[in-house]
Each structure stands twice: as structure tokens, then as C-alpha cells.
Design a protein around this ligand. Sequence first.
Ligand code: HEM
Ligand SMILES: *[C@@H]1O[C@H](CO)[C@@H](O)[C@H](O)[C@H]1NC(C)=O
Ligand SMILES: *[C@@H]1O[C@H](CO)[C@@H](O)[C@H](O)[C@H]1NC(C)=O
Ligand SMILES: *[C@@H]1O[C@H](CO)[C@@H](O)[C@H](O)[C@H]1NC(C)=O
Ligand SMILES: *[C@@H]1O[C@H](CO)[C@@H](O)[C@H](O)[C@H]1NC(C)=O
Ligand SMILES: *[C@@H]1O[C@H](CO)[C@@H](O)[C@H](O)[C@H]1NC(C)=O
Ligand SMILES: *[C@@H]1O[C@H](CO)[C@@H](O)[C@H](O)[C@H]1NC(C)=O
Ligand SMILES: *[C@@H]1O[C@H](CO)[C@@H](O)[C@H](O)[C@H]1NC(C)=O
Ligand SMILES: *[C@@H]1O[C@H](CO)[C@@H](O)[C@H](O)[C@H]1NC(C)=O
Length: 380
Amino acid sequence: MFSSLLAASLLSVVLSASAFPEYRSLAGLSAAEVRAVARTFQATPGAQPVPPPINDTSSKLVFDDAHPFQPDAPGDIRGPCPGLNTLASHGYINRSGVVTPGEIITAVQEGFNMGWDLATFVTYGAFVVDGNHLTNLMSIGQKTTETGPDAPAPAIIGGLNTHGAFEGDASTTRDDFALGSNFLFNETLFDQLSQAAIDFGSNGTLDIPSAAVHRHNRILDSIARNPNFTFVTPRYLTAYAETTFPLAFFVTNQTSDTSLTLGLDVARSFFQTHKFPDNFYRRNGSYGLAEVGDLVVEVFEPFPVLPGNNEGVGNYVVDPEDPGLVGDGTCYAYYRQSNLTVALYPDPTDELRAAIAQNLANFYSGLGDPTCEQVFPFGQ
Ligand code: HEM
Ligand SMILES: *[C@@H]1O[C@H](CO)[C@@H](O)[C@H](O)[C@H]1NC(C)=O
Ligand SMILES: *[C@@H]1O[C@H](CO)[C@@H](O)[C@H](O)[C@H]1NC(C)=O
Ligand SMILES: *[C@@H]1O[C@H](CO)[C@@H](O)[C@H](O)[C@H]1NC(C)=O
Ligand SMILES: *[C@@H]1O[C@H](CO)[C@@H](O)[C@H](O)[C@H]1NC(C)=O
Ligand SMILES: *[C@@H]1O[C@H](CO)[C@@H](O)[C@H](O)[C@H]1NC(C)=O
Ligand SMILES: *[C@@H]1O[C@H](CO)[C@@H](O)[C@H](O)[C@H]1NC(C)=O
Ligand SMILES: *[C@@H]1O[C@H](CO)[C@@H](O)[C@H](O)[C@H]1NC(C)=O
Ligand SMILES: *[C@@H]1O[C@H](CO)[C@@H](O)[C@H](O)[C@H]1NC(C)=O
């Protein structure tokens, strides 16, 4: 039953390539145009090993002289993630916004003290569906030829803006794809976050209980207005995780237990301007899968919503197969992204097949010590 549902949903991803006009592959270009793009990408390094964990996870000044803020230059790409946008605007990752997964994994550790396991899990969970396996490049926002020649459709290689591959609905300050921009900062939504902090937070600052209120409000809003609201793993997990991130990562000198709360001006600096506040110190101690698991429970418990999707506005139907937070959700996310990768790359050639296999293995390594078996749909 479930596998046929999934097949239908994968098929709809594949068929809705026309619903992604901005994410067309190079298939529409003439042979000469494809060669012109390809010439600039002589090097196809393929997949690379995951960079190592950083050893010193103490707090330190990260808005330092080596990492000045620069507003986006023309052509620089930013996307739905304020964490990555900020790292790009400070040069922790390429300011162009076209980056390697290894660059992301090193930068989120260095700049924010994200734990290596969480960094690897999230980065490769996105890269396998949104990145270019042959050039090892991914856009942190819109689709771009800067990631190199595309594999044939149904591969999308659309960057993090691509809706439904990794990015999804009910975001903190970005609209649902079906309702507006799924990657631009939205003032109305930020005002709603601020109101939750004022009404339920800690003396006008955001804390976990008020962030949980906003998470719930965003879900209710999507149920009420988005006929296509989709809230299943992996988006389900990343939605709860992203609610904890402002508390875990955007508070200067945060301690490992998020005892400090987030001022709304500082929140705006990250969400809208993609800028560290002056004298910003990264948190003390890393925040990885174990830590995010603990805090996510605090977000979920006051307003539990199970994974599911709308079948028309106001009609939210729970997906009984999706374990969500109650069960081994990270394994399920790994299987789900593996299956989507297979749907996007039904018949890759040798070099591409090897790169995808390596990137899926990199993804699996981010699970830490999982109870689930590794899968090898592209060989070992
Ligand atoms: C490790 C690699 C990371 C990747 C690949 C990534 C990717 C993304 C993506 C695709 C979204 C959009 C989610 C959606 O709308 O469906 C997102 C949202 C978000 N990310 Fe990241 N992210 C990463 C790390 C981080 C870090 C280190 C932080 C904090 C320092 C962060 C903070 C956030 C927040 C707060 C949101 C919610 C944005 C909003 O809707 O207002 N992320 N991320
Ligand atoms: C961390 O320390 C180990 C052991 O000393 C070393 O092998 C590794 O390269 C270090 N990692 C980084 C990022 O420097
Ligand atoms: C950053 O990206 C630009 C354009 O995509 C590229 O020319 C440059 O070599 C990159 N820099 C590094 C250090 O990778
Ligand atoms: C919802 O999805 C269906 C099928 O993909 C599509 O035809 C429809 O236009 C979408 N509606 C919205 C509001 O995005
Ligand atoms: C921001 O989001 C709200 C709520 O979804 C929407 O009504 C509004 O049109 C969005 N604003 C912009 C500028 O997209
Ligand atoms: C609450 O915030 C106000 C204004 O930001 C500040 O003056 C006051 O000291 C704060 N109170 C506490 C208990 O932190
Ligand atoms: C962070 O803590 C360090 C010492 O641990 C201190 O020197 C620095 O001023 C603090 N920074 C901020 C912005 O509070
Ligand atoms: C930072 O974390 C370390 C290790 O958990 C701890 O020993 C130290 O006291 C912490 N420092 C601060 C300023 O909280
Ligand atoms: C992935 O695909 C396999 C093979 O079709 C299927 O048995 C499994 O249920 C799928 N898993 C998920 C989580 O979608």
C-alpha cells in the first residue's frame, strides 16, 4: 500500500518538472550551448570524502577580521536558509552561494558549532537531490548553470530552493511554495514570529516555548490555506529542527543548553540581512543530532502534529507509515531521500553512478550509529 503511494508521489515529483520552470535542466539548450557551459567545467571531481569534525568546539568570536560582512554582489545566490546565507555573506562558504558539501560541513561547524553528524546528515540529505554529483557543487538558492552541466532529466539539480526535494512547507519566515516565495524573507511571517515572542516568550525575546507556538501557527496556517500542504519526512523533521536553530545557533555566546534567549533585532539580522551581529561569538559546545533531538521534543510536545498532507484546504490527512519524531525518523529520512535519488537518477552512467553511490554513503555516515541498514541502490 505504502510503496504504491510513494511511487505515486515520486512520479508526481518527476512529472512536475514542468511545475519547476526555473529548474529546467540543460536539456532545452542547443548542443553548442551545452558545450559552451561544459567548457567552463573541465574538472568533474565527483564525490569527495566528508571533512572531519572540528576539534575545538569552544565559543569564539566568529564575526572576525577574516570574515567581514559583504552584502550580496550581483549574481551572488542566497536561498531559504538563513544559516547558510549568513555563512556566505561572511565568506565562511563561497560568497557566490555555489558551494561544495564539504565547504558547508566545515563552515557550519566553524561558524556556528553545528555538530558534525547533524551537519553531514542535513548537507547530504539536501545534496543528493539538489546538488550536482559530478562537479560536487550545489547552489544554496536558485538553480544555476554555475553548478555545471546537468545530468539528464528527471534529475533536477535545482539548488536548495527546489520545492519538495529537501525544502518544504510551513517555514519559519519563508512562505509555502504554493502561496508565495519559498526562499525570500517574508516580513509578515517574521512579524508573527515576533508576536509569538512578545506574547509567549521571555521578556520580549524568543525562547523555545514561544518558538514552539510559531511552529504550530505555521502548520495551522498551511493546513488552512495551502491545498497542497505537504508535511512528511524529511521536511517534517527539518521543520521541527529549524525551529530550534535560532535558539541554538543565533544567540551570541549561547551555552550548550540554550539558556540564553534570542532578541528580535538579532533574529532579524540573521533571517533578513544574513549578517552576524557585531561581536558575535558562536555557541559553546557543538549542537548535533543528540542535542537537536532533545530540543525538538520540547517544540513538539505542547502542540503535537503528526506527519501528513492536505487533501484540499483544511483537510489534513496523517500518513501512518511516516514515523516522524516517534521512531527512527532519521533512518526513514535516509531511506526516503535514497528512494527520491533513485527516482531522479533512474539510469546513471558509470562516473555519475559512482559519485551518487559515494554521496549516499556520505549521507549514511551522518546518521552516526543507526539501527538501520545501509542501502546500495547505485552499487557499493
Ligand atoms: C548543514 C547544512 C544546512 C543545510 C543544507 C540547510 C538547508 C536549509 C534549507 C533548505 C532550509 C529551508 C527549509 C524549508 O523551508 O523547507 C533551511 C531553513 C533554515 N535553516 Fe538551514 N541548512 C543548514 C544549516 C543550518 C544552520 C547551521 C543553521 C543555523 C545556524 C540553519 C538555520 C536555518 C533556519 C533558522 C531555517 C528556517 C528558515 C525560515 O524558514 O525562516 N541551517 N535550511
Ligand atoms: C582533530 O584531531 C585529530 C586528532 O588529533 C586530527 O587527526 C584531525 O585532523 C583534527 N581535525 C581537524 C579538523 O583539525
Ligand atoms: C567561488 O565561486 C566563484 C564563482 O562560482 C569561483 O570563481 C571561485 O573560484 C570560488 N572560490 C573558491 C575559493 O572556491
Ligand atoms: C497542487 O498540486 C497540484 C498537482 O501537483 C497542482 O496541479 C496544483 O496547481 C497545485 N496547487 C497549488 C495551489 O500549488
Ligand atoms: C508573506 O506571507 C504572507 C502570508 O503567507 C503572504 O500573504 C504575503 O503575500 C507574503 N508577502 C510577500 C511579499 O510575498
Ligand atoms: C526586560 O526587558 C526590558 C527592556 O528590554 C529590560 O529593561 C528589563 O531589564 C528586562 N527584564 C528582565 C527581567 O530581564
Ligand atoms: C562572549 O564571551 C567572551 C568570553 O567568554 C567575552 O569575551 C565576549 O565579550 C562575549 N561576547 C559577547 C558578544 O557577549
Ligand atoms: C563551555 O563548555 C565547556 C565544556 O562543556 C565547559 O567546561 C565550559 O565551562 C563552557 N564555557 C562557558 C563559558 O560556558
Ligand atoms: C524505499 O523504496 C523501497 C524499494 O522500493 C521500499 O521498499 C521502501 O519502503 C521505500 N522506503 C521509503 C521510506 O520510502
